[in-house]
Design a protein around this ligand. Structure first.
Ligand code: ZN
Length: 187
């Protein structure tokens, strides 16, 4: 089942997400639905707050957008209760988009290397290091669990320049090719 994506302006996107335990209600189905929702909306990552649940759960799949020789091949993950334990001082910038911010793409500065602890879908604990694009994707999704979005990293001038687009998202006027939930959308 695919789920509607909550768009910018929805309060759940600004909440600090809560940790979950292995007995979380129907977790396997939820994870499956999150992957399906992500594929259908052509995303590469999705955090639970984006489907209206303020819990520490992220799905990422770079494999399905990769050809056989790509470095992204096989990178498919479920991250539960993650904590970033290290961020490099070195950072770089690249353009990001977000399913909760349709039509907005902006360059975001982020640390190039991170270490992260998380539990997988079987609640096995992992600690892994990521660099460059992997680190960027993971940090973008991790931000969602802290009630942050990529636009929070922009300069005041860039924020001012996208204000009209943000207002349109809130009003439910942004073009969206997938099921979505804007705050003030008319039915
Ligand atoms: Zn996002």
């Amino acid at each position: 089942m695919t789920l509607p994506i909550y768009l910018y302006g929805q309060p759940v996107l600004r909440k600090q997400a809560e940790e979950i335990t292995a007995d979380y209600n129907d977790l396997a189905t939820l994870i499956d639905n999150m992957f399906k929702t992500m594929y259908q909306s052509e995303g590469i990552g999705l955090a639970a707050p984006q489907i209206g649940l303020p819990i520490k759960l992220i799905v990422i799949d770079l494999d399905y957008i990769s050809d056989d020789n790509s470095e992204f091949k096989g990178f498919k993950k479920v991250l539960i209760n993650p904590t970033i334990t290290y961020r490099s001082e070195e950072s770089n910038g690249a353009e990001e988009g977000c399913l909760s911010l349709p039509g907005i793409h902006e360059k975001v500065m982020r640390p190039t290397h991170i270490k992260i602890q998380y539990q997988d879908e079987h609640f096995q604990l992992h600690e892994e290091e990521y660099s460059d694009f992997f680190a960027r994707v993971v940090q973008h999704e991790y931000d969602h669990l802290e009630g942050k979005m990529f636009i929070d990293h922009l300069s005041p001038i860039r924020k001012q320049m996208i204000k009209g687009k943000l207002n349109n998202i809130v009003k439910g006027k942004a073009h969206c090719s997938y099921k979505s939930k804007a705050v003030n959308a008319k039915r």
